[in-house]
Design a protein around this ligand. Structure first.
Ligand code: GLN
Ligand code: ZN
Length: 760
């Protein structure tokens, strides 16, 4: 039996690619340095993978920013507005990723969306009537040859044609079908080129096949692949699916001339049932996703081996594979020095998963001398996927009643009470929470964590920053202030560090988008709160202003979704445990006199099942309950905000309203305000703050531009219901650009307020 991986992390175990990219972005003359770092990272990945004797090593899983963007460039799907900037190839690429503002012009970035149910974000390719899809890029071939020069044969990985066209945004009058002939020609050219290079295999990633597929989708997929597979040369084609099973199109795939099909047996509930029911074609290879690419618990070898045995009854050529790309887990446990001794044996990060693939291969070949040793070593360790250790919290959870999830009085009544209590102007201006963080803050925070400075000094330092932040906001003229979140390096890790039941890693970085990485905490025990986590800082900030300062918390669904979760109890139970902990914090903030509390649910949608029919049964009900449990105990005067970003919310607007917050802010500037239309359509009653500008880009939006966006919103939603804010936290931005943007925002709102007043 052979082993394979779908893809590997690429940002560098010490985030080398992030720093090199940021260096280049500050100073484009450093392009060569960036390329050097990139090729070193690719080389070291291949070497590590070879070290574990993986048989199918991926190439082209590297990316400077995102693999969908890479595919767009490969296929000449570059909108004219970027081409006409006349930048270098890499310059154009980053202009699409991040927007561009400079001597050559001023353009916004492509929209960014969540990659299925992960915290990775991809750029949405844009196809217009004038787009001429054709294979014009070279990256996959260059990287294939680069590996070859190192003596390594790789299996190039490319986003498949169906997923590409399904996720792209088609603007204009043409329909998907109009682009299919060119798309087929382009993919044929890709195969042809690899065939010329002598590649043995090529992997087309088709995660979009695990979604609900209509008859039209199935027809489209078959049409595309019948066309593409007409030419293969000597190159074999693997159709790789992941993030679920492909129950809607499995049968269709069997009749297409793929040489191998990759199925996910971890998240794909039906994968086994599908091969049992419909069989697996003789002569084809099954790449079986058995090692979880999305979570960090050790593989249960016994269970996996019996699964492989079962699979082998239906299919004779099985390759042991990861369930998805390892992009979604950290590099290696080798970089962790501070995990508790008793926990370390429970986890497997990317490199350890390579070892697991190798072990499984040995274990499946009964005669191998190492197999026994592996078996003995594994048997001596209990396979554990979480630990229950807090009887009190289990008891509290079991005693919750319906009423604990219902806030009183109802929204309409609260709304009037809060308007009178808070007396905010029309179109209140606020921010989403964090302010830019200088290198200094990061240094001081890390010195404090390492015990190099004491708590009094640290608090003093943070308080200075908070004071400056409040002063700046007063000066700019914002209406509802924030303390700036200087004490937090990450909205999830900050709480995870303080709550019981979570573990933090030193270097467990996972790419979120572009150069941005997160360190997801590991939930391994029952979650509870020992003492207040945010009250001191917020109360201090509030003491400096007569304007309301928002309490700032991360919600239970996001804390869960942005952590690696335990697998021994249901997600619902974990979410409710976290909700109880955050609830006590909300009540403490209220007791301390804070009148507006924001509970961020940036990742609210993340674990929503990919198939619609499973949404309510499996997910939304408990996610909404967990959020409601957090705030159901507050006074009518306390205004509860929540902030949601990065994903599409349009199809769950009704559910979002059931979260029963008073004010919702949405990321929307990169999705053309379509959320606003959806809010209108659904008759959304609560206050809303659709983001007025994109904070993921360094460009400073002008007054007229934001005014125009705001006017567009006000054409759709009554002014009494609208807030004005950026579309997300400002932490990743530079201070100067932020101040300019916020000043422009306040000016834009001022103009709109005056204009509306005149019209009255
Ligand atoms: N309050 C957080 C911040 O401003 C929200 C971040 C987010 O939505 N990702 O940083
Ligand atoms: Zn956000």
């Amino acid at each position: 039996m052979k082993t394979s991986i779908i893809g590997y992390p690429r940002i560098g175990s010490q985030r080398e690619l992030k720093f090199a990219t940021e260096g280049y972005l500050r100073n484009p003359s450093q392009e060569l340095e960036l390329h050097t770092v990139a090729s070193q990272l690719r080389k070291s990945n291949w070497q590590v993978q070879s070290g574990y004797n993986i048989d199918f090593l991926p190439s082209n899983d590297f990316s400077f920013y995102d693999q969908m963007l890479d595919t767009a460039v490969l296929l000449n799907v570059v909108p004219d507005r970027y081409k006409s900037l006349n930048l270098s190839a890499l310059g154009t690429y980053f202009a699409m990723a991040r927007g561009y503002q400079g001597e050559q012009g001023d353009v916004t970035a492509l929209p960014m969306k969540k990659w299925f149910r992960t915290n990775y974000h991809y750029l949405v390719p844009e196809i217009s009537d004038t787009t001429a899809i054709s294979m014009t890029g070279t990256k996959p071939f260059v990287e294939y040859q680069e590996a070859e020069k190192l003596g390594i044969t790789t299996k190039p990985v490319i986003i498949g044609a169906y997923t590409f066209i399904k996720l792209a945004r088609i603007r204009g009058n043409k329909s998907v079908e109009d682009f299919v002939p060119d798309l087929i020609t382009a993919y044929k050219a890709i195969i042809h080129q690899f065939d010329q290079l002598g590649a043995l295999w090529i992997q087309f990633d088709e995660p979009a096949l695990v979604m609900d597929l209509s008859d039209y989708d199935r027809h489209l997929m078959s049409m595309i692949y019948r066309g593409i597979l007409a030419f293969k040369g000597n190159c074999r084609v693997l159709l790789q699916t992941y993030f679920g099973d492909i129950r809607d199109c499995y049968k269709d795939l069997l009749s297409l001339s793929f040489d191998a099909i990759g199925l996910d047996f971890v998240e794909g509930d039906q994968s086994l049932a599908l091969i049992k029911r419909y069989g697996f074609p003789e002569g084809k290879t099954l790449f079986a996703g058995l090692v979880n690419g999305k979570n960090i618990w050790k593989n249960d070898y016994d269970q996996t081996r019996s699964l492989i045995t079962e699979i082998s009854r239906y299919c004779h050529d099985v390759v042991i594979n990861t369930s998805c790309s390892l992009l979604h887990v950290p590099y290696s446990l080798k970089n962790e020095k501070n995990l508790p001794i008793d926990s370390k044996g429970l986890f497997a990060f990317a490199e350890e998963k390579l070892a697991e693939l190798h072990h499984l291969k040995l274990l499946m070949s009964d005669y191998h001398p190492d197999a026994d040793a592996i078996k003995r070593k594994r048997e001596s360790k209990k396979i554990c996927r979480g630990c229950s250790n807090d009887i009190d919290i289990q008891k509290t959870l079991s005693q919750l009643s319906e009423d604990d999830y219902i806030r009183k009085p109802d929204y309409d009544t609260r709304r009037i009470i809060q308007k009178n209590h808070l007396k905010l102007p029309v179109l209140p201006v606020t921010t989403i929470g964090s302010f830019p963080q200088s290198r200094d803050v990061q240094r001081v925070r890390s010195a404090f964590k390492k015990g190099k400075i004491d708590k009094a000094k640290y608090d003093d330092y943070i308080h200075h920053l908070v004071a400056d932040c409040i002063a700046v906001q007063e000066e700019i003229g914002l209406d509802v202030l924030v303390h700036g979140e200087f004490e937090r390096d990450d909205m999830v890790a900050f709480f995870a560090e303080k709550l019981n039941g979570f573990l933090l890693t030193d270097n467990g970085w996972v790419q979120s988008y572009g150069t941005r990485c997160v360190k997801p905490p590991l939930i391994w025990g029952d979650v509870s709160r020992s003492k207040p986590m945010t009250v001191d800082d917020i109360v201090y900030a509030q003491s400096l202003s007569r304007k309301p300062v928002k309490g700032m918390l991360t919600g239970p669904v996001t804390l869960l979704n942005w952590s690696f979760n335990r697998e021994d109890i249901p997600l619902k139970t974990i979410a409710l445990q976290i909700a109880l902990a955050i609830r006590t914090e909300v009540l403490d903030l209220e007791d301390a006199g804070i009148s507006i509390i924001q509970i961020d649910e940036a990742a609210f949608r993340e674990k929503l099942p990919l198939r619609k029919r499973d949404w309510h049964r499996e997910y939304l009900e408990w996610a909404i309950s967990a959020f409601r449990l957090v705030h159901s105990g507050v006074l009518p005067t306390t205004q509860i905000h929540t902030h949601m970003c990065y994903s599409e919310f349009e199809d769950i607007i009704g559910d979002i309203e059931r979260m029963d917050a008073d004010v919702f802010s949405f990321e929307s500037s990169r999705s053309d305000l379509s959320i606003v239309q959806a809010l209108k359509r659904s008759g959304f009653q609560s206050d809303v703050g659709p983001g007025l500008y994109d904070i993921h880009s360094p460009r400073v939006p002008g007054v007229a531009e934001m005014k125009q966006v705001l006017m567009k919103i006000l054409d759709i939603i009554p002014i009494e219901q609208v807030w004005a804010n950026p579309d997300c936290g400002l932490k990743t931005r530079e201070l100067q650009e932020t101040l300019l943007s916020l000043k422009n925002l306040v000016l834009a709102v001022g103009e709109v307020r005056r204009q509306k007043e005149v019209l009255k």
